[in-house]
Design a protein around this ligand. Structure first.
Ligand SMILES: Cc1cc2nc3c(=O)[nH]c(=O)nc-3n(C[C@H](O)[C@H](O)[C@H](O)COP(=O)(O)O)c2cc1C
Length: 351
């Protein structure tokens, strides 16, 4: 796959998906300003390449939560993969594992935690948690996740209530016994968040108290996803979060937020050594990844591109998307004179 094919991938995925699945995947909240700006914000940053370095050998390895990985590219948690491929998250996990990429399984997944765990190879799997009010159920879930070998919990904090997407609301997928939120209590049929039944309801009421409790109770490290401010990031780290994921949920809930490209540098500087910092939202190119890492992120996550790959070729499609991004990252590093990720420093990006 080359860059031209990668650009075409989204269109190919759209053609292959049912209209409701496409709306669920592609949509952003309200006027879809953030979903689009996430992409343009990375593209509008300018690189300041270093020349005349020996870039014959480039090393993209990174240590994340104490584990060495060959790539800083990870798969973001996105729900309901059976809307995109019959093998659902099992295929996504297999593709990520084949590419050596960490995989974050969403709470709202359609394949069991244990069946996803069976796809693990060397790269870690983490579990994205939506905190909901019945604490005993949360405890049972996180113990099950840890028993299945997942090595971190990713607590999503940017969607206590759902945003609103007119586009997705108009194209609801039909609830079906084939598409269950299978890891949730009672394994309910999956429904879109963008439904009038949910409007205005606080479904996932995680506050700072819950974070403190979770950090104490969880058998595995807790990460906080959905932070856009340095003060919240520092407070998360002070509560014991081992990493912060700078994210606006792919522009799906609150529209017109700051872009993640604009937020990541300030957050990484404020957090310093207290926690690791990763970023997602609109990462589509190796140059985007190099910019994110230069601004202080340790790793990046991709959401929609992995879904496009899943839709088109299942596990092999996910692997191809991740490997394509990796090839682009290597090329961007070589052309910018950065031989290791440690050499991706803030001065590589123009202020
Ligand atoms: C279809 C879809 C479903 C998502 N579901 C979740 C979810 O269940 N939990 C979560 O924390 N983030 C969810 N996200 C957000 C992603 O984890 C990630 O923040 C976002 O997709 C990154 O932006 P990108 O798609 O531009 O790469 C979802 C994103 C998409 C596209």
């Amino acid at each position: 796959m080359d860059s031209v094919d990668f650009d075409a991938l989204e269109g190919q995925a759209e053609v292959k998906m049912l209209p409701a699945s496409w709306a669920f995947c592609a949509t952003g909240a309200d006027d879809e300003i953030s979903v689009n700006e996430n992409i343009t914000a990375w593209r509008n940053l300018r690189l300041r390449p270093r020349v005349m370095r020996d870039v014959d050998k480039v090393d993209t390895s990174v240590t994340v939560l104490g584990q060495k990985l060959s790539t800083p590219i990870m798969v973001a948690p996105t729900g309901r993969h059976k809307l995109f491929h019959p093998q659902g998250e099992a295929a996504t996990a297999r593709g990520a594992a084949a590419a050596g990429a960490a995989f974050v399984l969403a709470s709202n997944s359609n394949i069991t935690i244990e069946d996803v765990a069976a796809e693990r190879r060397d790269a870690p799997q983490w579990f994205q948690l939506y905190y909901w009010p019945e604490r005993a159920e949360v405890e049972a879930l996180i113990d099950r996740v840890a028993a299945a070998g997942f090595t971190a919990l990713v607590l999503t904090v940017d969607a206590p209530t759902g945003g609103w997407s007119p586009r997705a609301a108009r194209a609801q997928h039909e609830p079906s016994p084939d598409i269950l939120n299978i890891n949730m209590p009672g394994s309910p049929m999956a429904r879109t968040f963008y439904h009038p039944d949910f409007a205005g309801k606080v479904i996932y009421p995680a506050t700072w108290n819950e974070l403190e409790w979770l950090v104490k109770r969880s058998p595995i490290p807790v990460l906080v996803k959905g932070v856009l401010r340095a003060d919240d990031a520092v407070r998360s780290a002070d509560c014991g979060a081992r990493a912060i994921i700078v994210s606006n949920h792919g522009g799906r809930h609150l529209d017109t937020t700051v872009t993640t490209a604009a937020a990541v540098g300030e957050i990484a500087a404020a957090v310093g050594a207290k926690a690791e910092v990763y970023v997602d939202g609109g990462i589509r190119r190796g140059t985007d990844i190099l910019k994110a890492l230069s601004l202080g992120a340790r790793a990046v996550l991709v959401g929609r591109p992995a879904i496009w790959g899943l839709t088109i070729h299942g596990a092999a499609g996910v692997q191809a998307v991740l490997e394509h991004l990796h090839v682009e990252l290597v090329r961007a590093m070589q052309l910018s004179g950065a031989r290791t990720l440690a050499e991706a420093t803030p001065d590589l990006v123009a202020r």
